[in-house]
Design a protein around this ligand. Structure first.
Ligand code: PMP
Length: 292
């Protein structure tokens, strides 16, 4: 990528000039929302679903996005075009914007909209075949009546604390439980397990983001004839599962071969995980909003 152009409030600026105010409430308080979106072969994958989630998050935190839905989609398309990007990752951020040092959002007259487009490859193909090693961590998921994990907010400290525990354990992704001890999700991925041919994922009320990859995998299970159950489960169920995998926009569908020292299934990506990854990679190539 030659010059990286970043969308900031209607202007396109270079990486060097893309700066936010120290009075921005996204910076001061994590007051804002974001989306992580993929573009595959010039098509924005699940564009509507990502924008729906963004506008829902905004409504939930009473953040007024200064762009209409259509203008937001047009800004995404234009930013991708200017960066001559066909395959990559889009980070869409809406911050409450600059205010004063107090936390009152009413002192922030205008939300800031920022779009960053980048290259992305988080896992090697070998990791998709062999699976990740993972651990469960002591950090619990935010409880929904304190900060609902369905809001994709800029306040990711809960997730960062999980990531720190993952780093300390030397693993790429960790498993977080909710306050009642049920499996919630990873630091930035949803989780699925497979037992005796049935695919399970925790319901989002447990304390998980309503992942768009998660929803896509639920649809693919239906299409491929796998029974899918949204049911609470515990770490015991993870340990005895035949297959475990994480899903996310960046991670796609990544198998887990070991959790807390227990080998999962055959110790590599299982057949249902591999089939779902294959099907996922097929649809990302043909679906989506074209930038052309
Ligand atoms: N859970 C969390 C906490 C996340 O941040 C993400 C997104 N990175 C996901 C799950 C996966 O969501 P999606 O499939 O929409 O990327």
């Amino acid at each position: 990528m030659a010059q990286q152009w970043i969308y900031m409030n209607g202007n396109y600026v270079t990486k060097e000039d893309a700066k936010v105010s120290v009075f921005d409430h996204g910076f001061l308080y994590g007051d804002g929302i974001f989306e992580g979106i993929r573009i595959y072969g010039g098509n924005i994958f699940k564009c509507k679903e990502h924008l729906d989630r963004l506008y829902d998050s905004a409504r939930s935190i009473m953040l007024n996005i200064p762009l209409s839905y259509e203008d937001m989609q047009a800004a995404l398309v234009e930013t991708i075009r200017r960066n001559e990007m066909r395959d990559g990752y889009i980070r869409l951020i809406v911050s409450r914007g600059p205010g004063n040092l107090g936390l009152d959002p009413e002192r922030c007259p205008e939300a800031w909209v920022i779009i960053i487009v980048e290259q992305l490859a988080i896992y090697s193909e070998e990791a998709y075949r062999n699976g990740l090693v993972s651990v469960s961590v002591s950090q619990r998921r935010n409880i929904p009546d304190a900060l609902n994990p369905k809001i994709k907010s800029l306040n990711y400290l809960n997730n960062i604390l999980v990531k720190i525990q993952a780093n300390l354990a030397g693993v790429g992704e960790a498993i977080m439980l909710n306050a009642q001890g049920y499996v919630a999700e990873g630091s930035s991925d949803n989780i699925f397990i497979v037992k005796r041919g049935i695919v399970y994922t925790p319901p989002c009320y447990i304390g998980a983001l309503e992942g768009i990859t998660r929803a896509t995998i639920i649809e693919l299970c239906d299409k491929l004839g796998y029974t899918l159950k949204e049911e609470p489960f515990t770490m015991h169920d993870v340990y005895v599962a035949d297959e475990v995998f994480f899903t996310g926009t960046a991670a796609e569908v990544i198998a887990v071969r070991e959790v807390d020292g227990r080998v999962i299934g055959s110790g590599a990506a299982g057949p249902i995980t591999s089939r779902l990854l294959e099907a996922y990679r097929q649809i990302v190539e043909v679906e989506g909003v074209s930038i052309d």
